[in-house]
Write a protein that binds this ligand. Sequence first.
Ligand SMILES: *Cc1c(COP(=O)(O)O)cnc(C)c1O
Length: 436
Amino acid sequence: MSEPISRATPARATPAQATPVGATPAPAGERLARRAATLDAGDPLAPVRDRFVLDDDTVYLDGNSLGALSTGVLPRLTDVITREWGHLRIRSWEESGWWTAPERIGDRIAPLVGAGPGQVVVGDSTSVNVFKALVAAVRMAPEDRTEILVDAATFPTDGYIAESAARLTGRTVRPVAAGETAAAAGPRTAAALVNHVDYRTGRLHDLPGITSALHAAGALAVWDLCHSAGALPVSLDADGVDLAVGCTYKYLNGGPGAPAYLYVRRGLQARFDSPLPGWNSHADPFGMAPGYAPGEGAVRGRVGTPEMLSLLALDAALDVWDGVSIADVRAKSLALTDFFLECVAALVPAGRLQSVTPAAHAARGSQVSLRCAGAAGVMRELTARGVVGDFRRPDVLRFGFTPLYTRFADALRAARVLADVLGEATGETHPTEGTP
Ligand SMILES: *Cc1c(COP(=O)(O)O)cnc(C)c1O
């Protein structure tokens, strides 16, 4: 599905530009530049950008794939490596709090996903956590619930893992469009794995509505928050979500390969039967008992020795959230994506792009995805000119807007460069996937 980009609809959440009566209207570029300056000046999150390592030569719109480095990470890791590892060595498991870091850092992520303490644990990749969450969810369901609903447009790893989880638990996967999950759930549904925000289109799904429909059908709701946590409000506890997983290297800026997190609602923790019951999740891990006895609470989601360096980089990265209101983040995210769409509509030659990101705020995450002929080549050219987004096959340009460090001026610059690239590539010279 795609929506034409309309020049007639000005962005919401942006103040109207007053044009003096009788004056010649300023050219679109100038008008937009003044708007960007006004919006940046009034942005309550503007100072947060200084907590990141960024350069003004690049407009970084790929924080939904790899969040930027924050300034506290290097000094923290230097200390972790030189003192905690280098000097204290094995004593750090206790003295530096390494052993309990997965739960402690889970509790730092908890407020960003609307979870009370003791329900989030950090460790392993998102893929591994999807596996744990889905198998555990199905194990909680009665045997006659034979199907697992999976978001048909999901990021592939979730689908692959769900297939394997289904085989292991003797169930079958039924792919359904995320928006149809509520209608598809029935007496045969054990659980559904749904993405809060679609990674390709940026569509935001109705988490509270789908969760309650699943519950009404007697099924468990497993949510993937990779593209929502850190970009918009998530209320896992209030919405009664059963299990959830998410990534920390996207909007949480934890660094490449930073460990993911797993949420298990408190009321379900005693029934959480992990398919990967490693020794870290044991009730008495250092008892080294031959038999398994699960620990209590979030610790049950652990597997083996935590990836300490990545975990502590994430810990430092989470400092940027101190004092940040997620409501401000959402308001800025919508204003940024609105403004970017408005700039694109005003500057890019008509008919060259179609937005696959919903125009409605209620259905929009924090990215704008634009379909375009020769998208791969266009993105390469944008990157060469300092505007970094990414390309998703077959024809999608993806621009992620991280409200903590993206400015309205950046959105305008990205649209300008996009307009230049598309304007230059006319007629036979349309860029294609093979062109540099
Ligand atoms: C980014 C992303 C992942 C990443 O999985 P990894 O195991 O960290 O590679 C998984 N699912 C979704 C929906 C994602 O957006």
